[in-house]
Design a binder for this molecule. Structure first.
Ligand code: XIL
Length: 563
């Protein structure tokens, strides 16, 4: 949160939000068993541990009672259809307008609904003043926008997640040549996530796109980007699949499989904007096909533990972007223009209702892992298996590194063994395991195993390190790159850079090196892939630091040693 933000109407510190939180808990987690057959969608979704959401527009929200009532009754998650976009929140540089965004957030708070913030960095609905900026000014405008918009709701219990970047890909999987990409290059994506994490360390941060529901060039590019960002410790927590479908183009039958491959990267997945349009006029057979598509979307999400829920892009055909956008098409939602439920409503309802009671019993605690085959960059761990009695069955294990603060996940395995790769040379690791069941319950952590990777076995020699402040703001800064150079006349295998943080500063993220902190001393070690440097060769890493408001110091002075 930014303590410099003066007032936040509609926001309360999380710790003081006990009453609202109890309401939220009641709505999201009760009842534990199946909901009554005639219950609203949100009650069935909650019984399955999922959200069912809708996008809301501020116009009908203030003008139409039926719109308000259905939105409040049927859904437990809300996305602003337009009110949180850049052109609405910062139409002129530095002039923020949160009236529409606050309206949405306050409505959600009153109705015990969670809000997904949409969207911070997009090539559409972004004012001309942003698009015309040069690189340095554009990056700092992006940073300021993210910190103001996310910061405003950082302490608001309703706002739990954000679309940080939206639609960054072309259909062929290339990065979209938007003004963002053309001005800043690919790094704008990682920067946007880091800025968002700095503005609200608790929010779930998502990348969102369309035509990525099935396995295709675009979704595979998304998969590779998310994997590589996470390997660099860029805080990407979640992937949104918009799912603007049309019955005449067929259903992406590999949707579930696609969600599962993303889930295996360790991210949450969610259906963020589903609507299912048809060529007008409506007919009962088109309605039936549409209902089946809605059913299949809901079932795909229900089948994947990491899928948090489904947001429908509006709910009534009276207010839908489809007829304005796709000529001759419409009727894409689950209520008609007169607020009557359509077959697609029944399909969503029945899909959510069709389930077994949820499993809340975690698996037993796994045995202490045993390390073997330890090299300079990898190790094999094996442990005795857990069992699960809650009904959903044992699904696998998550493997974590013990670090004192938030323990990073090193990997996932479906068996009681894992081969960890990408480790840093000559580094001590304490690693533990938690078992996971089919309903997503996690066991208690196992005891940790401690092992130290080898020095890589290669030669050592002199090296140098220099750091550059890439960007800074009131209470933080990014050092990128720290350039590490082999200053000797023979190759080195592995490097260690040490530096001292000014008092009150702490590291909030890093990439391309493994950082450990002791007091104010930080040790950065090479990764498996960037430790080998020939004579005069260089590589780099980066990190982000938070500091007290008003403090202007940054890190300076780096010492390099090998390995
Ligand atoms: C749409 C809104 O529904 C329209 O009202 C607006 O005119 C244009 O944007 N992908 C997204 C959404 O991420 O923000 C878009 O919403 C639909 C496509």
């Amino acid at each position: 949160m930014l303590s410099s933000t003066p007032i936040r109407p509609g926001s309360r510190p999380r710790t003081l939000a006990a009453a609202a939180l109890l309401g939220l808990l009641a709505v999201f987690f009760l009842p534990a068993g199946p909901a009554d057959a005639s219950a609203p969608l949100r009650q069935h979704a909650a019984a399955r541990g999922k959200f069912i959401g809708t996008a809301l527009a501020t116009g009908p929200l203030s003008n139409e009672t039926q719109y308000r009532n259905i939105a409040a009754t049927e859904f437990n998650q809300i996305t602003a259809e337009n009110a949180m976009k850049w052109d609405a929140t910062e139409p002129n540089q530095g002039q923020f307008n949160f009236s529409g965004a606050d309206t949405i957030v306050n409505f959600a708070t009153q109705n015990n609904q969670q809000v997904h913030g949409h969207t911070l960095v997009w090539h559409n609905q972004t004012p001309g003043w942003v698009q015309g900026l040069g690189a340095t000014a554009m990056r700092s405008a992006m940073q300021n926008h993210i910190s103001q918009v996310v910061g405003r709701y950082a302490d608001n219990a309703a706002v739990v997640s954000w679309d940080v970047v939206n639609e960054v890909f072309e259909e062929n999987g290339n990065l979209r040549s938007s003004f963002w990409y053309n001005t800043l290059g690919q790094s704008y994506i990682a920067d946007a996530f880091r800025y968002a994490r700095a503005a609200d360390p608790d929010a779930r941060l998502c990348i969102n796109d369309y035509n990525v529901e099935g396995i295709n060039a675009k979704s595979t590019a998304m998969y590779n980007l998310v994997r590589s960002l996470r390997e660099q410790n860029v805080p990407v927590d979640c992937v949104g699949f918009q799912s603007h479908l049309a019955i005449q183009y067929g259903f992406p039958s590999d949707l579930r499989q696609n969600l599962e491959r993303f889930a295996a990267l360790g991210v949450q997945v969610r259906i963020t904007e589903v609507d299912i349009r048809m060529q007008m006029p409506r007919s009962s057979s088109k309605d039936t096909t549409q209902a089946n598509y809605y059913r299949d979307v809901i079932q795909a999400c229900l089948a994947v533990n990491a899928c948090a829920g489904v947001t429908i892009w509006g709910f009534t055909d009276r207010h839908s972007w489809v007829p304005d956008t796709f000529s001759g098409e419409g009727a894409a939602l689950i209520y008609d223009e007169n607020y009557q439920q359509k077959p697609s409503y029944t399909a969503v309802h029945n899909a959510l209702d069709g389930g077994t009671p949820s499993d809340t019993t975690p698996p037993t605690t796994p045995g202490t892992p045993v390390a073997s085959n330890v090299t300079g960059s990898s190790a094999t761990l094996t442990w005795s298996a857990s069992t699960d009695s809650g009904g959903s069955g044992l699904a696998g294990y998550n493997v974590y590194r013990e670090q004192g603060t938030t323990d990073p996940q090193l990997g996932q395995s479906s068996t009681n063994s894992i081969n960890l790769t990408g480790l840093s040379a000559d580094t001590q690791y304490q690693v533990y395991v938690r078992a996971r069941d089919g309903a997503g319950n996690l066991s208690s952590p196992s005891s940790a195993v401690t092992f130290t990777t080898t020095g890589g076995g290669g030669p050592s020699g002199p090296c140098t390190a220099t750091g550059t402040v890439q960007t800074q703001w009131g209470n933080g800064y990014v050092i990128q790159p720290v350039t590490v150079t082999n200053s000797g006349s023979s190759a080195i295998n592995g490097w260690t850079v040490t530096f001292t943080l000014p008092a009150g500063h702490s590291v909030t993220g890093s990439w391309n090196a493994t950082l450990t902190t002791s007091g104010q001393t930080v040790t950065a070690k090479s990764m498996g892939y960037n430790g080998n440097l020939g004579p005069s060769a260089s590589t780099s890493f980066g990190f982000q630091v938070s500091r007290p408001n008003g403090n202007t110091q940054t890190v300076s002075g780096y010492t390099c040693a090998s390995p």
